[in-house]
Write a protein that binds this ligand. Structure first.
Ligand SMILES: [Zn+2]
Length: 458
């Protein structure tokens, strides 16, 4: 036996060393590399081929209308489910809407939902959702007859959801992933509202929701082209008269940019930088564009962290418009105005973020900033994570005026740590958990901890 062979044999016999936290994960890189622009193009063109996918359109035909479209989506996902060894579970999720401003008669709003259950018992109840809406509209949202190709709005987002369902279901994740295409968006977010309300009634732990809506056009109405970035809209403090207790607690120490939705956006931004080179995520601290809304709204309303991806520049000749030519200008949401390579990059960002979330641990719970005396140190404490593969915790911090984490310290597998000489008064802090493979969780913002006041002994 020569010496190098002996050394290799010794190495093989040892358990794999834990990867340092934040090390790029080769499995995530492989998932990102597997995303196909050609498959996404084929999906978008097939969805357009149903003529209209308006929620009020024909449901009986095998070739035209929303019924044919959703049966095709379900069949495609079932094909991917077979390739996943049957682990991907595909189902219709049907909500009967009696009547609404844009729904003249009782209508079944049917989502297509593909669920990939988490394989770690301690994480399987933690759920991440990705969604696009497969319904479409011509100029009039309640017209179920006219052509409404909806190539960009939102076959593009639906194709992202479906591509990720098929690519990611070949892998195993600790947490559960839900890949949705929803209906009734153009009538008032009915499909996503039905699902999100039911999730809250069951008190599901939706740890993050990613909405992809209008993610395929790269040329603005004025002709400017931008293929370099995608916008990510992330709400801060919800605009409500009565705020949840956890939000009020965060506001007391200026944690308004550290609510879970903002943490989710920060996390996605970081994963995109790591796994999708030459493509930027522009985080926008706003719920959505002016005058617009989307399927992340019902999730936010149920108190779940939820964000929206949208292309960088929009062209309204190709959104919510009857297909027609007027003064030499082509109107309508047609596939020739979709940049399929760009949609694939958006899918890659979503895949990197979802995989990192679902492979990694949950964000630490009960994170507290010790607030016992005047001092120039910072002491944080938190509850130990439940996952068996957690290897330790990372404290991150940034200037109160900065958007992204600037500094970090890996503190090992402890539940309390003091950063000596770093004043809690000067920064915003977070605590993350990391596992043995180096996957790092989203950050949790600390609430102030003061010991309970006890009556002096008599
Ligand atoms: Zn839309």
């Amino acid at each position: 036996m020569n010496r190098s062979f002996a050394a290799a044999a010794v190495l093989l016999a040892l358990p794999a060393a834990a990867a340092p936290p934040g090390t790029p994960n080769p499995e995530i890189a492989a998932i990102v590399a597997d995303i196909s622009a050609a498959r996404i193009e084929a999906t978008i063109r097939k969805l357009v081929s149903f003529g209209t996918r308006n929620s009020l359109s024909d449901t009986e035909s095998g070739t035209r209308g929303i019924g044919a479209a959703r049966r095709w989506i379900k069949a495609e996902l079932e094909r991917c489910a077979r390739d996943s060894g049957g682990r991907l579970e595909v189902a219709f999720d049907d909500h009967l809407v009696e009547k609404a401003a844009r729904i003249p008669k009782p209508t079944h709003i049917v989502n297509v939902v593909a669920t990939l259950p988490g394989s770690q018992p301690e994480s399987a109840n933690r759920i991440y959702v990705i969604s696009g809406h497969y319904d479409s509209m011509p100029s009039n949202p309640s017209d179920g007859e006219k052509d409404a190709p909806g190539a960009n709005d939102d076959a593009s987002g639906s194709a992202v959801s479906m591509e990720l369902a098929c690519v990611m279901s070949k892998h195993r994740f600790d947490a559960t992933l839900v890949f949705m295409t929803v209906a009734g968006e153009e009538q008032g977010l009915f499909g996503s509202t039905g699902w999100a309300k039911a999730a809250r009634e069951k008190n599901l732990d939706i740890a993050g929701m990613l909405d992809n809506d209008i993610v395929g056009n790269t040329k603005s109405a004025e002709g400017a082209v931008d293929r370099s970035r995608v916008r990510l809209f992330a709400e801060g403090v919800p605009a409500r008269a009565a705020l949840p207790d956890n939000v009020v607690a965060a506001l007391r120490t200026s944690g308004e940019n550290d609510v879970p939705t903002r943490q989710l956006a920060r996390f996605i931004h970081e994963q995109a930088q790591r796994y999708v080179r030459d493509f930027a995520v522009q985080v926008i601290w706003r719920r959505d564009r002016y005058l617009r809304g989307g399927d992340h709204f019902p999730f936010l309303e149920q108190g779940y962290p939820a964000v929206r991806f949208t292309e960088p520049v929009e062209d309204w000749h190709h959104q919510h418009q009857d297909v027609r030519v007027e003064d030499g200008v082509q109107f309508g949401d047609l596939p020739q105005f979709v940049d399929f390579g760009y949609v694939a990059n958006v899918a890659r960002v979503n895949a990197a973020a979802l995989a990192a979330l679902a492979l990694g641990p949950s964000a630490p719970q009960e994170v507290e900033m010790e607030n016992l005396r005047l001092e120039n140190d910072t002491t944080l404490r938190w509850k130990a994570n439940p996952e068996p593969d957690v290897a330790g915790y990372r404290i991150v911090w940034r200037d109160t005026t900065a958007s992204d984490w600037q500094q970090s310290k890996d503190v090992g597998n402890v539940t309390r740590f003091t950063l000596a000489g770093i004043s809690k008064d000067n920064y915003n802090f977070g605590v993350q958990a990391y596992d043995r493979d180096g996957n790092v969780s989203m950050a949790s913002y600390p609430r102030p901890y003061r010991p309970p006041v006890t009556a002096p002994a008599k």
